[in-house]
Write a new protein. Structure first.
Length: 202
């Protein structure tokens, strides 16, 4: 199945220009945003555990550590971090989307749907979130709602390979083989490695 991850660069939280007068805090936050996720987890954890950070600094640390934990498939830890982030910033659609992905992987589909619903209420133009919510509906056998979400994802981004794949799977399961093949081929033209990349994440 083709759930998708928002790129970390899409996260609304950014490193503030002035973090702290303490060099150690500046260094930890800089390392917390590292593309090396192991370095990021270690630095974010040190910053959080120091109890010296607050506000946007602390939110930045929770967001990056939660993302890294999600990539490492440590879903329970990711859920805790994004819950802490949401408690600080309930208006972050990405936090709900990421936590929804973690809930999905732990089989907590009702909670995943609730988070995706909230993410869409906060930002209704994200094809990734519509696609991911559609995957939850698909897994639960609610194909009509899944199709609606995949179509909405494609309306927002006609080249969304994940949504094309997912729509193709439903059509194939319904015996609509020609239409399914068309979706699969369109997904392949758009992103030949899409399905393999998605499978690596799950």
């Amino acid at each position: 199945m083709s759930c998708k991850f928002l790129p970390l660069a899409a996260f609304l939280l950014v490193i503030p220009a002035s973090i702290s007068t303490a060099q150690t805090q500046r260094t930890l936050l800089r390392q917390c945003g590292s593309v090396d996720l192991k370095v990021a987890v270690e630095a974010c954890t040190k910053f959080i555990d120091s109890q010296a950070g607050h506000g946007i600094d602390l939110a930045f640390a929770y967001s990056h550590r939660g993302y890294a934990k999600l990539m490492f498939r440590d879903d329970d830890a990711a859920i805790k971090d994004f819950t802490s982030l949401i408690d600080m910033n309930v208006h972050s659609p990405d936090a709900f989307t990421y936590r929804g992905q973690a809930y999905f992987r732990t089989g907590e589909y009702d909670r995943a749907l609730a988070d995706y619903d909230q993410a869409i209420r906060l930002r209704s133009n994200s094809p990734v979130t519509f696609n991911n919510r559609g995957v939850v509906y698909r897994v639960r056998g609610d194909y009509d709602r899944a199709i609606e979400d995949f179509n909405e994802a494609l309306r927002l981004n006609s080249k969304d390979a994940g949504a094309l794949n997912n729509l193709g799977f439903i059509k194939f399961s319904r015996g609509q083989f020609a239409d399914a093949a068309e979706n699969f081929m369109a997904a392949t033209r758009t992103s030949p490695k899409n399905l393999l990349n998605d499978l690596k994440l799950y």
